[in-house]
Design a binder for this molecule. Sequence first.
Ligand SMILES: [Zn+2]
Length: 252
Amino acid sequence: MIEAFVAGLFGSLLGSFLNVCIVRLPRNESVVSPRSRCPRCGNQLAWFENIPVVSWMALRARCRKCTKPISAIYPLVELFTALIWGASFYHYGLTLIALQASVFGTLLLGILMTDAREYIIPDEFTWGGLIVGLGFSVAFGVPAIIDAVIGAVVGFALLYGVAWAGEKAFKKEAMGGGDIKMMAMVGSFVGWPGVLMTVFGGALIGAVIFGPISLKKQILVPFGVFLALAAAIVFVTGDDLARWYLEYALGR
Ligand SMILES: [Zn+2]
């Protein structure tokens, strides 16, 4: 219980940094300097204006200098990251899996936000995340390493194939390179069965939520958002989901 609370506190601080990454990485800006500023007036934030969630509430969602509103997205990202870390350590205890789950969840949240805001999935989350995912597998031992490598290759190849087929069929880019790299990263965390379920689940969620709107208005679908949601579900449910699906599909 205490480790979950400490992990949650750490998660909120990491969420504060994740906010910086979400805004700056798609613009290829440094995430270390300059220090956080009000996006409207450029006023540099003091340390007490930078406390996760608390500052936003204390300032009543307004900049102290220009009094313009501060988006609720910032505290929500901090809150969600705190929840990811707290829930992971509550569920898995003080284990390496808890840390792996927390890191994976944080990467997925970052991808979800940048893809939803700007249709960009930064390499830091995908290639960077892939290295971290493979790193965890090394810590887990040989069977996990094989799972992670095959998962990454399958994830990359599968989405590459879908992108290639889509381009042939629609004569335009149907899927961004970010999605392809993202699935290599996801594969290193969930293995190849997980990758298949993530792509299937992501397409399903995307079709249900976005299908009708995108067909009518011809807007670009941020597929990474749905892949991120599906990947999180697949990581948490793992084999249970696959077993349930197989039993359902086989009618048993
Ligand atoms: Zn301001």
